[in-house]
Design a protein around this ligand. Structure first.
Ligand SMILES: Cc1cc2nc3c(=O)[nH]c(=O)nc-3n(C[C@H](O)[C@H](O)[C@H](O)COP(=O)(O)OP(=O)(O)OC[C@H]3O[C@@H](n4cnc5c(N)ncnc54)[C@H](O)[C@@H]3O)c2cc1C
Ligand code: FES
Length: 263
């Protein structure tokens, strides 16, 4: 979460260094961007201009999967869902793309030493960055749809062997949503870091909010400027209307007015 730290958000021309296809529609990209790599914290994201032309006009937000200040690189992991991500998936290595960042606050500080993570599909991206900074999670639960997500799940497991996998239909891993991993657990001395579809995090808070006093959620919102100016990304919270881009994306779950948050 934000801690009053001031960091300049700027646009950088960044070279695409490496491109890995994780699954038919999931890509892992590495960019040269020393300034963002230096300042990135787990939970931060970047706003990418997904093509060199004028369309699409708006930049697309992607969580920072990893940042290496020594190599000057940042990494992203994304799923193709529409025009912007489709264009990004087509970008050839050595292409230069405009990357704005690092945007937003971060996960932490945590109230407890034990940090568990709950992810829904691509929500794993910022959590893997957090994992690297923590060395590992005490527990990590990942939820996917079905066995079509196998190569993605294998890719995540190679980076986080503690990961316990759930799928909606039980065709891979355990049957259920990732929040099922919390069932029957003593959460009193645990901090939870969560990222995934908003309905997943709403369900998590409704079921476990009374048992855990530190649930940090990274919210998803469509974004415009990504710099706090357009108010296109506001959510209702107990402290008023807040902008996901610069007041978030990480919030304490108890602050979010979940019934007013649309997917
Ligand atoms: C802070 C933040 C971090 C994110 N990190 C990642 C990430 O690491 N990896 C990843 O794969 N995706 C991430 N997303 C979601 C990603 O930004 C969208 O999938 C992307 O912008 C879609 O662009 P598009 O042009 O391909 O799709 P569009 O044509 O714009 O939309 C296609 C579909 O995606 C939905 N969509 C579009 N933008 C968003 C959004 N911001 N949030 C939720 N749904 C959206 C639309 O409602 C529509 O159903 C993140 C979103 C936010 C807000
Ligand atoms: S995207 Fe413009 S204020 Fe958040």
């Amino acid at each position: 979460m934000n801690e009053g730290e001031f960091r300049l958000i700027r646009d950088y021309d960044s070279r695409l260094l490496a491109k890995e296809q994780v699954a038919p529609d999931i890509w892992h990209l590495t960019f040269a961007c020393p300034e963002i790599a230096e300042n990135a914290r787990p939970g931060n994201f970047v706003l990418l201009k997904t093509a060199s032309g004028s369309a699409p006009l708006l930049r697309r937000p992607l969580g920072i999967l990893d940042a290496d200040p020594e190599k000057g690189t940042i990494e992203t992991l994304f799923r193709v869902v529409g025009q912007g991500t489709a264009l990004l998936a087509q970008a050839a290595p050595e292409t230069s793309l405009s990357v704005r960042g690092p945007v937003g606050g971060q996960f932490g500080p945590f109230r407890h030493e034990k940090v568990w993570a709950v992810a829904g599909t691509l929500g794993i991206a910022p959590l893997l960055f957090l994992r690297r900074r923590l060395n590992a999670f005490d527990r990590l639960f990942l939820g996917v749809g079905n066995a079509l997500w196998r190569s993605f799940a294998d890719w995540v497991r190679a980076r986080a062997p503690e990961m316990v996998l759930y799928s909606d239909d039980g065709s891979i891993g355990r049957k259920g949503f990732s929040i099922a991993g919390l069932e029957g657990q003593d959460l009193s001395g645990v901090s939870l870091a969560c990222c995934g579809p908003n309905p997943m995090m709403k369900a998590l808070y409704e079921q476990y909010g009374s048992q855990c006093d530190d649930i940090q959620v990274s919210l998803e919102r469509r974004m415009g400027c990504g710099m706090g100016g357009c108010f296109g990304c506001v959510v209702d919270t107990t402290t008023g209307r807040r902008r996901v881009c610069i007041d978030g994306p990480v919030f304490q779950a108890r602050e979010v007015k979940w019934d007013e948050l649309h997917p």
